[in-house]
Design a protein around this ligand. Structure first.
Ligand code: PSU
Ligand code: MN
Length: 305
């Protein structure tokens, strides 16, 4: 019933047991401008391949759920305007009406699980927005992490969010939050958030073992792996927080709400940092693609042991 199409390399990898890493497409259509979005998408795929795994960029095109995009389709998506942003609530209607759209973290997790993919790399997940106590704006990504057994490698939740509330909700939902190589939760552009992460792991092997143990326990959800951006590419917390405050203060007068909030803020932060935020974003995505490939291999090895 679901029209699912695997790219040639993904079909082959799934047949032969080569690990596959899922990649989202909202980051391409809503998270970065052209042509950096296309370059980053290609480079993230290349990083996954360089680490011996196969990339599966996920998107919906004319009612087909694509698991792995050809370079031609990737380019078409990266150049497209007004692409729908598909989260958990949107995916079924889009497919049943033969629509098209880019998948968020939540929708990419759903597709990854369907395709039998354990690991997914992105930039930052959605979370609890600042002011959520009145707006109720909490990303569907958080609930998806509690329900769908995929390990998501990110650089933490975006610092435009309310990070303490995001951590609380993840704890309530029973989602393990694992900082990589440090005790502190990273905050996307910055390595530091001022918040201690609930868990710390230093190797792909530990993260893979925890993923498999959740499955063995019959727990339905996934894990959030929060890897800090490499030090040479970070924007320190003091520098970015002033910029974030300016962008957030403009929200009411810009009349932006709902799904448009995250793309709007990312664009404003790009403008206000003269493009520096985008360079950091690109580097952290590539770094996450590398770690995701290592985790995918470890899961494969440990499962077969
Ligand atoms: N991280 C980025 N850029 C993005 C996103 C994350 O660096 O564009 C996207 C992801 O697809 C994430 C979504 O799932 O933003 C969250 O949107 P919302 O808060 O509307 O759920
Ligand atoms: Mn939202």
């Amino acid at each position: 019933m679901i029209d699912m199409s695997h790219s040639t390399e993904v079909a082959e990898a799934l047949r032969e047991g080569v690990p596959v890493v899922a990649l989202e497409s909202t980051i391409i259509t809503h998270g970065m401008p052209y042509p950096q979005n296309l370059e980053t998408a290609r480079e993230a795929e290349a990083q996954v391949r360089a680490h011996g795994a196969v990339p599966a960029t996920i998107a919906v095109l004319n009612g087909t759920l694509h698991v792995g995009l050809s370079d031609r389709l990737l380019e078409r998506l990266a150049r497209a305007h007004d692409v729908a942003k598909l989260s958990r609530a949107d995916l079924a209607a889009c497919l049943s009406r033969s629509g098209s759209g880019a998948t968020t973290v939540a929708a990419t997790m759903i597709a990854a699980r369907l395709a039998g993919i354990d690991v997914f790399a992105t930039g930052g997940i959605g979370g609890v927005h600042r002011g959520a106590e009145t707006s109720f704006d909490i990303s569907a990504d958080l609930r998806e992490l509690s329900e769908t057994p995929v390990t998501v490698v990110a650089a933490g939740a975006k610092a435009i969010l309310d990070l303490p509330k995001t951590l609380e909700v993840l704890e309530t939902l029973g989602v393990p939050v694992i900082a990589v190589g440090q005790d502190e939760l990273p905050a996307f552009w910055s390595r530091s958030s001022g918040l201690k992460a609930p868990l710390r792991m230093d190797t792909a092997s530990e993260i893979a073992a925890a993923h498999l143990m959740r499955g063995a326990l019959g727990l339905p959800g996934g894990q959030l792996v929060a890897q800090p951006v490499p030090p040479e590419h970070e924007i320190p917390r003091e520098d970015i927080s002033a910029v974030i405050d300016v962008a957030l203060s403009e929200l009411p007068s810009a009349g932006v709400s709902g799904k448009a909030v995250t793309p709007y803020l990312l664009q404003r932060i790009f403008d206000l940092t003269g493009g520096a935020s985008l360079r950091t974003n690109v580097e952290l995505v590539l770094n996450n693609a590398r770690l995701a490939a290592e985790i995918a291999w470890e899961i494969q090895d440990q499962r077969n042991f």
